[in-house]
Design a protein around this ligand. Structure first.
Ligand code: B12
Ligand code: SF4
Ligand code: SF4
Length: 379
């Protein structure tokens, strides 16, 4: 068996859903990425626009000068229920399925370390190598498509006709001169526009890029500050990431039962958490619940900001006590601010009186402004 086949077998036997090899020429859609950044569609993710990010994305060779090939690995994640089912229980939040288990930034490096031990034994020496998942200056979808792992759909996700798009990517640059796989050359989107039609914020552009600054995934994870008022309602009950444009994709609907990689099995209570309980998570409770989880990324204050919005969108009276507690007791102004907006979605005399009282006691200017906004709209 060729070394290429043995390498693929190594990853497939351990639960990968796809493995492909590509060379180190510039990725085919590098220019689209540059245009995307120059149009400011990346929001506040400034790490995507630096000179270094551009240079290395254009020339993957410079990531590891001795590298001759890159191996792309796809690890499957859990397949969430169709959107309509989980929307029914309004006091439950929704979390993107990639975050139901262990953080993939911990999972991929472990797998690549095991791989390097295996490779060293096989070759009798350790080739130079460098691996990334997500955070490296690499156009991962583009390289993975060139390595034969799928096509880039209109929702911008890497999609495979037999495996769908619910997988994550990691890659290892290697000093070895491996034979590259043929690129994935067919487009299976056809005339379908389901993802574009279903996107709650209408942020999918016709050219296979997103206006990331409006994407719920960006708003709930990457955006550190307050969420634009006009987008809050559109977030529905998504409190971390968003899977809508993948859930509606026929290629995922068709392959709904794929097994996730073991580390990505859902933890108890994570897929559909009770919003009222989440709102009351203190820092210790948050860190305990989300140890080694991607949900640590927006930190407690970003997560509870999202939970507050979902409680406002729930339109369920049971949200009111949890929001009032958040507004009175939460130490983070960002959380109190969004809880005020959320409470403002429940218009009643009791809410007005509560907020008028809070206006007298609240010390933070931004929170006070949010209260004034709600009272003026309600008055
Ligand atoms: C920034 C980022 C985001 C941003 C912006 C996403 C975006 N679509 O631009 C935000 C925060 C919104 C985001 C959201 C999500 N992300 Co993200 N994200 C990234 C990151 C770090 C960089 C992506 C990037 O450079 N975007 C800029 C655009 C221009 O590049 P691109 O996304 O690679 O898209 C390519 C296509 O648009 C293509 N292209 C452009 N025009 C055309 C035209 C044609 C005809 C074709 C064929 C292609 C094409 O060229 C681009 C460049 O290669 C990558 C990891 C990485 N280092 O690559 C993960 C990554 C893309 N994300 C990933 C995931 C899982 C998600 C979410 C599903 C998470 C969630 N459930 O909430 C959502 C999906 C949203 C979506 N529809 O894309 C996975 C994708 C796995 C997959 N199967 O595709 C990646 C690869 C991380 C990983 N290591 O697994 N993400
Ligand atoms: S992740 Fe959600 S908000 Fe972002 S593009 Fe997909 S459907 Fe739209
Ligand atoms: S929903 Fe349709 S248009 Fe969107 S990625 Fe899937 S097949 Fe392509």
């Amino acid at each position: 068996m060729s070394l290429e086949s043995q390498i693929k077998q190594f990853f497939l036997e351990r639960g990968a859903s796809g493995v492909g090899i590509t060379h180190l020429e510039s990725p085919p859609h590098y220019l689209q990425y540059v245009q995307w950044v120059e149009a400011g569609l990346h929001g506040s993710m400034s790490y995507l626009e630096t000179e270094r990010a551009r240079a290395l994305r254009e020339n993957p060779r410079d990531i590891l000068p001795s590298a001759r090939s890159v191996v792309l690995v796809a690890l499957p994640i859990a397949q969430p229920k169709p959107a309509s089912d989980s929307e029914k229980s309004s006091m439950k939040g929704r979390i993107a399925s990639y975050a139901w288990g262990e953080d993939y930034h911990l999972v991929f490096p472990r797998l690549f370390q095991d791989f390097m031990e295996w490779l060293t034994q096989k070759l009798g020496s350790t080739p130079q190598a460098k691996w990334y998942t997500d955070t490296g200056p690499v156009l991962e979808r583009d390289l993975a498509s060139r390595a034969g792992l799928g096509w880039i759909g209109k929702n911008t996700c890497l999609n495979h006709p037999r495996k769908g798009s619910f997988f994550l990517l990691g890659e290892i640059f290697l000093e070895l001169d491996l034979e590259a796989d043929p690129p994935f050359s067919t487009d299976h989107c056809g005339t379908c526009t389901r993802c574009i039609d279903a996107c709650p914020t209408q942020c999918i552009r016709p050219d296979r890029t997103l206006d990331a600054s409006r994407c719920i995934s960006y708003l709930t994870i990457e955006n550190k500050g307050s969420i634009p008022v006009e987008l809050r309602e559109k977030m529905g009950n998504w409190i971390f990431g968003c899977d809508v444009c993948q859930q509606v994709c026929p290629w995922n609907v068709r392959f709904g039962n794929a097994e996730p990689y073991p580390a990505f099995y859902p933890r108890e209570g994570v897929p559909e958490p009770d919003l009222a309980e989440e709102m009351l998570l203190d820092p210790i409770g948050f860190n305990r619940k989300f140890k080694n989880s991607p949900i640590q990324r927006p930190r407690r204050r970003g997560y509870l900001r999202n939970v507050a919005i979902a409680l406002g969108n729930a339109q369920d009276e049971r949200a009111i006590p949890a929001l009032m507690t958040g507004i009175t007791e939460d130490p983070e102004p960002l959380v109190r601010q969004h809880a005020v907006w959320a409470l403002g979605q429940y218009s009643s005399q009791r809410v007005r009186e509560f907020l008028s009282q809070r206006l007298k006691e609240e010390g933070d200017a931004v929170v006070r402004e949010e209260i004034e906004q709600v009272l003026s709209l309600d008055g």
